[in-house]
Design a binder for this molecule. Structure first.
Ligand code: FE2
Length: 476
């Protein structure tokens, strides 16, 4: 059953997304690939708007048919005209959750400590009552298994935060379903953009970002699904400090459920992209969240850090005593480089003043001010920080080694944010929106310096291979 998708904010820059549920897109190609493992069958005749029969009721969606359907306007969205045999139902979903939990000792112990079995079972039963969710989740699991796995983690963590917040049952259910489906829009995004290993162009970034709008449109049409679910999916990349997308909303404009998913999604991404590959623990995400606490609802942040702190996680100790003096030396060097880079951004962005009337430039300046507030709050650029590090090194203060590692993680976070700011400046400078020639030239000069800095910095960063920043573009 379909219902009308509610209108979106007309200022939303992604509203022009090409997605049209009636036009065959890459999702049809995904269906054809799923058909190779589980039959994907037309549940009714699939016709174009001229009445031409593209696939007969009962026939499978093959590669050849899918090619014919791509870019063709259909009478009904393809997802409403097919069924998948042996799809991921509520039981299978629950089994997948349990398998994910068993694969991670820390999460498993948190799961038991908070007695989440019954709650999880209820959520999986509720999922069972939405056929389109089952279809999308099945296709996601088949075609993007890593994204599916992350969605399981995200749904589990979002459910736990909502429970600890003592939200009503319906809201816990809405946040669970939203977290589970938050990236289903990716199934309609060009796989070449998703799989690109080089840096994305501004245009590709915009395409990637459409996944939130597509996800919202799909979910908003599912009869009986609470409207909070689609809104939360739309907002899962928004940030309280206005630095997110698609609309750059600020705290007062955002829904609680969307922000629970945003926090859970970020934490899972940081852990999987940056810590897990280097053998680091869940505990390490705490300093990273601390550096970003302005981006999320404070209450959500507080609950999550309490859950992680209570989980009796081992201290990290990745660097080891012997390597610590060398590590600290490189740390101090990187801290100096980072501070100089930060000062350059400060000089540049504040030099434009605030009377230029350019909304996008204001947004960039605000992003910088938020980074500056986090840095000042952490104290990581203060002179006595360097003195403390020198002391730890010269006196071999091994009891503080884990604090040094935490501090390094905060520095890495600063690096990540400065890179993100640099990318935003790049997008702005290449968009042609800047009408002030002097500002445009100043931005371009800074981008040139940044690209040169990257080349100089690289060998220093490579020394810390175990702590290297491997943040992906998709799931920041
Ligand atoms: Fe996303």
């Amino acid at each position: 059953m379909l219902r009308e998708s509610p209108p979106l904010n007309s200022n939303n820059p992604l509203i022009g997304t090409k997605y049209d549920p009636l036009v065959g897109d890459v999702y049809t190609l995904h269906l054809a690939r799923v058909n190779e493992r589980r039959p994907v069958i037309a549940s009714e005749n699939i016709c174009d708007t001229q009445g031409r029969l593209l696939l007969q009721k009962g026939a499978p969606v093959t590669g050849a048919t899918a090619q014919e359907i791509v870019d063709t306007k259909l009478l009904l969205p393809i997802e409403h005209s097919i069924v998948i045999d042996n799809e991921i139902d509520g039981n299978q979903l629950e089994k997948d959750f349990i398998a994910v939990m068993r694969g991670d000792d820390i999460l498993h112990s948190i799961h038991d400590r908070y007695s989440l079995d019954t709650l999880l079972h209820q959520q999986c039963s509720s999922y069972q009552s939405y056929p389109l969710l089952r279809q999308k989740i099945t296709v996601l699991a088949e075609r993007m298994p890593e994204t599916y796995n992350r969605s399981l983690y995200c749904a589990w963590l979002a459910m736990l935060i909502a429970k600890e917040m003592r939200l009503p049952r319906q809201e816990i259910n809405a946040v669970f379903l939203g977290a589970l489906c938050h990236d289903i829009g990716m199934l309609h995004v060009n796989p070449q953009v998703l799989g690109k290993s080089d840096a994305l162009t501004a245009e590709e970034w915009r395409e990637l970002q459409t996944h939130v709008v597509i996800g919202q449109k799909i979910l908003a049409c599912i009869d009986g699904l609470p409207s909070q679910v689609s809104l939360a999916v739309l907002e899962h990349h928004e940030r309280c400090d206005g630095t997110g997308y698609p609309s750059g909303k600020v705290e007062s404009e955002l829904s609680l459920l969307g922000q629970i998913i945003a926090l859970a999604d970020s934490v899972i991404a940081v852990y999987h992209n940056r810590f897990k590959p280097h053998g680091r623990s869940w505990r390490d995400v705490i300093p990273v969240i601390q550096m970003n606490n302005q981006a999320y609802f404070y209450r959500n942040f507080e609950i999550l850090t309490t859950i992680l702190r209570r989980s009796e996680m081992p201290q990290p100790g990745v660097v080891g005593g012997d390597g610590m003096p060398d590590f600290i030396e490189k740390f101090i060097q990187q801290q100096g480089d980072m501070k100089a880079r930060f000062k350059r951004f400060e000089k540049l962005l504040l030099s434009f003043g605030y009377t230029h009337g350019d909304r996008k430039l204001h947004a960039l300046q605000n992003v910088f001010l938020h980074i500056a507030t986090s840095i000042n709050g952490s104290g990581i650029f203060q002179n006595n920080y360097g003195e403390w590090l020198e002391q730890v090194k010269s006196k071999c203060l091994s009891q503080t080694y884990s604090e040094v590692e935490d501090a390094y993680l905060m520095l890495e976070e600063v690096s990540f944010h400065l890179q993100r700011l640099n990318r935003m400046i790049q997008i702005y400078a290449s968009s042609g929106s800047c009408k002030d020639k002097a500002i445009q030239e100043a931005l371009e000069a800074e981008l040139e310096k940044e690209s040169q800095d990257d080349r100089v910095d690289a060998p220093i960063r490579n020394i810390h291979t175990r702590l290297d920043d491997e943040e992906t573009l998709i799931t920041e």
